[in-house]
Design a protein around this ligand. Structure first.
Ligand SMILES: NC(=O)c1ccc[n+]([C@@H]2O[C@H](COP(=O)([O-])OP(=O)(O)OC[C@H]3O[C@@H](n4cnc5c(N)ncnc54)[C@H](O)[C@@H]3O)[C@@H](O)[C@H]2O)c1
Length: 453
């Protein structure tokens, strides 16, 4: 039986402690939880303690004591992004392996600390990239591994966060780069990891542009919200604001955050138009890969729908994958207006041949069905994985180094060399796509279409 301890008992941690207490209780034991906020810690001890009777709770000042007293094999890190490095390094130096939430950390210096600590201790760090595990994204990797469009030469990737999910990054700690690295690190770590893994390649050079164009005072003025308060709870304009969040309405949000905010000043419902936000909401990035492939990526966090579109251009054709998750939905569940969400699709356009669709594999549950598959891979007895979806610290590093380089590029206006950001990263280990250099056969039934004018 493997023994775990968990640090950071906020929203994301619930998935882990529930999994350990229920589905994987036969193979795994959660011995203790730890947090900086005593109220939230006690809430979790009580809730998880109903399922794990001997669960212990430690304040974060006693993190090392927790490691000593519980002799855990693995530490699970679910704190704010900016403190991941501290807990990862301390856990490694204590002789534990680490499972950390994404992003592994937020800047090059902290990333170097983790690289050095892994080298020194020989222990493992696993970064939980649940997006790789959602059935359709695994399917895309399978298709690319089979060489369906040959060697990939370029990628266009467009990610949209809607005005519900996207806005939530401007309400709390994510809104400041010192906590999260901005969306280029906090959120796009998922997207850059997918591209690195899909390509089987590492980024070498990054150029980026970004600005806060929507979640700002100008947009508040456009909505007539100039005199907004610093948080929704105190705001006199709540009845006319589409971004109003009632922190006392959801039982989960109230008991997890509102009830304990006096202790550490963690306010969960800050105004999305506040001047103290310093992250971008409109981002474009160009990435050059070692193989020569180029990525053009955009992230928009105020879109009317949630989802993404990615186009791979290869030596044998093109693959397009769309995942439009939601559009505005009425209270009765019907979709507003005539436009229905496009859902999920995969289309292949081989050169000189008829294009075709592939039925996408669709999952249920958190993050496109990725969470449950990933939990089984971590805590269960999974079969050998030809897609190698378990990400180590090297892959964790490459996913954040794109965003870290992009942050630097936005600040300097120059392209940034990724390899110069940190030293000592070994081979990446991504599974390779086949048929990259194979001879391409002549297609006899090619129909050439000429324009008449
Ligand atoms: N993979 C995913 O899809 C996914 C989804 C959500 C969150 N996350 C990640 O999970 C992590 C936690 O996010 P969340 O949404 O649960 O945030 P949260 O704010 O709900 O929880 C963070 C917890 O960490 C605690 N904390 C903060 N600083 C600490 C410190 N120095 N020492 C100990 N405890 C500290 C807070 O008190 C809080 O309980 C983040 O890294 C986030 O990026 C990943």
């Amino acid at each position: 039986m493997k023994k775990y301890v968990l640090v950071g008992v906020g929203g994301r941690a619930m998935m882990y402690w529930e999994a350990l207490a229920k589905d994987f209780a036969n193979t795994s034991k959660l011995a203790a939880v730890c947090d900086i906020n005593k109220g939230r810690l006690e809430l979790t001890r009580q809730k998880a303690g109903r399922l794990i009777s001997d669960l212990k709770a430690y304040h974060s000042n006693d993190f090392d004591k927790m490691l000593c007293e519980n002799k855990a094999d693995t530490v699970i890190v679910c704190t704010r992004d900016c403190s991941h490095d501290d807990y990862i390094v301390r856990a490694l130096e204590h002789g534990c392996d680490v499972i950390t939430e994404k992003p592994m950390t937020i800047d090059a210096k902290k990333c170097q600390r983790i690289i050095n600590a892994v080298k020194k201790t020989g222990k493992n760090v696993r970064v939980t990239f649940n997006y790789r595990y959602s059935p359709v994204r695994s399917q895309i990797k399978e298709l690319l591994m089979k060489g369906i469009i040959g060697k990939i030469l370029s990628i266009n990737f467009q990610w949209n966060l809607d005005t519900s999910h996207g806005a939530d990054y401007y309400r709390r700690w994510h809104r400041n780069k010192e906590n999260s690295g901005g969306l280029l690190v906090h959120k796009a770590t998922h997207h850059f990891d997918l591209v690195n893994w899909w390509l089987g390649d590492i980024p070498v050079e990054v150029g980026a542009q970004g600005k806060r164009a929507f979640y700002n005072a100008e947009q508040a003025n456009r909505y007539g919200l100039k005199n907004h308060a610093e948080r929704c709870l105190d705001c006199s304009l709540k009845s006319q604001c589409n971004f109003y969040m009632d922190i006392q309405k959801s039982q989960q949000i109230k008991e997890l955050y509102y009830n304990h905010e006096r202790e550490d000043g963690y306010i969960r419902d800050k105004c999305v138009f506040s001047d103290s936000i310093d992250i971008e909401d409109t981002i474009s990035v160009q990435v050059q890969y070692k193989s020569g492939a180029e990525l053009t990526y955009t992230l928009n966090s105020f879109a009317p729908y949630e989802g993404y579109k990615i186009e791979f251009n290869g030596t044998k054709g093109r693959l397009e994958h769309i995942c439009q998750e939601t559009s505005y939905i009425n209270g009765d569940g019907t979709v507003q207006g005539a436009l229905k969400p496009e859902g999920t699709s995969i289309k292949v356009f081989p050169h000189f041949q008829t294009p075709y669709s592939i039925e996408p594999h669709v999952g249920t549950g958190g993050h496109g069905g990725g969470d449950s598959v990933m939990l089984n891979d971590i805590f269960g007895n999974p079969a050998a994985d030809s897609l190698k979806r378990a990400a180590n610290y090297v892959q964790g590093a490459y996913s954040i180094l794109v965003g870290i380089a992009a942050n630097e590029s936005i600040a300097s206006g120059k392209y940034v060399n990724v390899e110069k950001l940190v030293t000592g990263l070994p081979e990446h280990g991504y599974p390779q796509n086949s048929g990259e250099d194979e001879q391409i056969a002549f297609v006899s039934e090619t129909k050439k279409v000429h324009c008449s004018n």
